[in-house]
Design a protein around this ligand. Structure first.
Ligand SMILES: [Zn+2]
Length: 193
């Protein structure tokens, strides 16, 4: 059943009445709509998940980047969001340093050339996997190990340092290890294969 996205509904978490104009977050289990949340409650879950687990997610990265803070809620919640998002900003800046290293030592040291001749590349070793995909002049590079995932995006033809983080689901140390271990494997094995 397709939900009526514009129908008035109450937030499943805080109970706030949401009109057709209010942004809503729809949670599914498979194709079944489980609940609807107001944006504030949905964002709150993203921040609380980080406070509890230190797992960085794409939504969290976005909240930190656009400096989103809770609305209509307590000072305590606001403080927790500020501390968490400030921390995420610092963590992401360290991960972005790692991405620059990856860009120099992997992308500009052969991967770019490989991607331009054969768009879907796959390498794996010891649970670490590197996959690439290209679309519309953009190259996506996904590094995964277990549940940890870091997706990088760059311009397939650019010669500038434009690589960035497109998506993430990992703790800081997992993300940095994905980058560092890929650099090592690239230098010792993958670039030679
Ligand atoms: Zn709510």
């Amino acid at each position: 059943m397709t939900p009526d996205f514009d129908a008035p509904v109450n937030c499943g978490t805080c109970g706030t009445h949401l009109t057709s104009q209010d942004p809503k977050n729809f949670h599914y289990s498979g194709t079944v709509l489980k609940r609807v949340q107001c944006l504030n409650c949905a964002n709150n879950e993203v921040v609380e998940l980080y406070v509890d687990t230190e797992v960085l997610t794409s939504q969290l990265m976005l909240l930190a980047a656009i400096q989103t803070y809770p609305k209509k809620t307590s000072d305590e919640a606001l403080l927790r969001w500020c501390v968490a998002l400030d921390r995420v900003t610092q963590v992401m800046s360290r991960i972005k340093e790692g991405v620059k290293t990856f860009e120099t030592l992997v992308w500009y040291d052969g991967l770019k050339k490989l991607v331009r001749t054969k768009s879907n590349i796959h390498f794996d070793k010891g649970g670490l996997e590197l996959d690439t995909g290209c679309t519309g002049g953009r190259a996506l590079i996904e590094l995964t190990r277990g549940d940890a995932r870091l997706t990088l995006i760059t311009d397939e033809s650019s010669t500038a340092n434009v690589m960035g983080v497109q998506g993430i689901y990992a703790k800081e140390e997992e993300a940095l290890a994905l980058i560092n271990d890929t650099v090592k494997l690239w230098q010792t094995e993958w670039s030679k294969s």
